[in-house]
Design a protein around this ligand. Structure first.
Ligand SMILES: Nc1nc2c(c(=O)[nH]1)N[C@H]1C(S)=C(S)[C@@H](COP(=O)(O)OP(=O)(O)OC[C@H]3O[C@@H](n4cnc5c(N)ncnc54)[C@H](O)[C@@H]3O)O[C@H]1N2
Ligand code: MOO
Length: 422
């Protein structure tokens, strides 16, 4: 049986990063940059005041008690005043008049005289002002031409703020992977609003995969529920292929049972089998294949945690590679709960994370890890990954961890210590 690393490598050989396409900024959140972005402008684009007050010349006295004639007023959005040789009333965000280079906050001044228009005419400084104080220099955040975001970055709201500030109206992003989902099983009830017949179960894998694909930045083309016949499955795969799927994910019918028709059906469709059965728990019966038009098929075992593991540790790397995102960072934590994994299998365990007072990360593996149980998955914050040769793992063992949710950063269990770790 193939091990996890070999299986992933075999799959990855068939994935190339997708071409880029232009996307307007308003729709770019969650998309992945296909190329780096350089700043077209300085940010800020002009020297401006950081406080409401008065702009001064640092060549004049800035000592407490010094008096200054105020010769104008400048607000954010005002066209720059010409060269000034006396103080100027100024508002936060306003351009500094040429010749002035320092701003004193209004509360650090005393108003001595007003003009007929009610505007300040003369002030006295009450505190020492440092030359250059309270001025935000042009380019001090971002210099024109600087690389601000790199290719492979998933665009988050913070990136949208930066790109908007730079006046970037659209960005080049990787084309979204098109994913079709096929859930097999005559026991499945896809309509969640309907009461269950005694012999049926709600289809939870389908909605999970739809949500997970979308969270990873993929495009769900379809989510079919089909019965336990090879023909229905073949037709659903064929439909997905014709719709232009890059990745077809099915659930169920891939193990040893009488109705486990997936391997034979894919072969009948002319697919190249990449592997079937991976030395891991849960999700061992997983199968990967490639159709002759290049679409990849991940046939996940139907058990809910086999689907979760298959998605997180096979589909996510594939989608990342299609999106040009590169490999994920590896994180580690101290194991809180001793484990005796079965030798030769890679184990993926649902766990919660917490930080201790010294900032060390600890992982507590949820009690029994039966693969049909969904509640511990919903309660978890991360996966603990034990390699095939982990041996006995006492408490305190340093273990690899991965974020529970695809496309998401690690979430800590302790609400007091919620942190951005990745
Ligand atoms: N004799 C053996 N039996 C089994 C083996 C084995 O090695 N030898 N492997 C077990 C393992 S491990 C798994 S995982 C399952 C995988 O079986 P299938 O891929 O054929 O999946 P199904 O039998 O169709 O379903 C398994 C389980 O999951 C439920 N299910 C299926 N689809 C959904 C869905 N969309 N939403 C919610 N739940 C779903 C289904 O009702 C079954 O309970 O095989 C073991 N057997
Ligand atoms: O792959 Mo299975 O999920 O261990 O029952």
């Amino acid at each position: 049986m193939i091990n996890y690393s070999q299986a992933l490598e075999r799959l990855s050989e068939h994935v190339r990063p997708f071409r880029g396409e232009m996307c307007v900024l308003a729709e770019a959140c969650g998309r992945v940059l296909a190329g780096g972005v350089n700043s077209p402008i300085d940010l800020p684009s002009f020297d401006h005041a950081a406080m409401d007050g008065y702009a001064l010349r640092s060549s004049d006295s800035l000592a407490p008690g010094s008096e200054h004639v105020v010769g104008g007023s400048q607000a954010a959005g005002d066209v720059a005043a010409g060269v000034m040789s006396v103080a100027c009333e100024i508002m936060t965000g306003a351009q500094l008049p040429e010749g002035l280079d320092t701003v004193v906050p209004v509360e650090c001044t005393q108003l001595l005289a007003q003009g007929g228009d009610g505007k300040p005419a003369r002030i006295r400084l009450q505190e020492t002002v440092m030359p250059g104080a309270n001025v935000r220099r042009a380019g001090s955040d971002v210099a024109a031409g600087a690389r601000v975001l790199g290719a492979g970055l998933r665009i988050e709201p913070s990136h949208v703020m930066l790109l908007a500030a730079l006046g970037v109206p659209r960005v080049e992003v990787a084309r979204q992977p098109r994913v079709a989902i096929v859930c097999t099983g005559k026991e499945l009830q896809p309509d969640l609003g309907q009461p269950l017949a005694q012999e049926r179960i709600y289809n939870s894998n389908g909605p999970y995969l739809c949500a997970a694909v979308a969270a990873m930045g993929g495009l769900v083309l379809s989510c079919d529920t089909v019965d336990d016949t090879a023909d229905s499955y073949a037709e659903a795969v064929q439909r997905a292929r014709e719709a232009g799927a890059d990745l077809i994910m099915s659930t169920g019918a891939v193990s040893m049972g009488r109705y486990d028709f997936v391997p034979d059906t894919l072969q009948r469709l002319g697919a190249e089998l990449l592997f079937h059965k991976v030395a891991m728990r849960p999700g061992k019966p997983l199968l990967a294949a490639r159709l002759d038009d290049g679409a990849l098929v991940l046939a996940l075992p139907g058990t809910p945690m086999a689907v979760a593991v298959g998605f997180r540790f096979f589909a996510v790397p594939v989608l990342r590679a299609m999106l040009g995102m590169g490999r994920e960072m590896t994180w580690h934590a101290n194991l809180e709960t001793p484990q005796q994994p079965r030798p030769g299998l890679r184990h993926f365990l649902r766990a919660t994370l917490a930080l201790d007072a010294e900032g060390r990360l600890h992982a507590t593996v949820a009690g029994p890890q039966q693969p049909f149980r969904i509640q511990p998955f919903a309660d978890a914050g991360a996966w603990v990954i034990l390699p095939e040769d982990a041996g006995e793992c006492p408490a305190g063992t340093k273990v690899e961890i991965a974020s529970l949710h695809p496309g998401q950063k690690l979430a800590l269990a302790s609400t007091a210590l919620l942190g951005a770790l990745a």
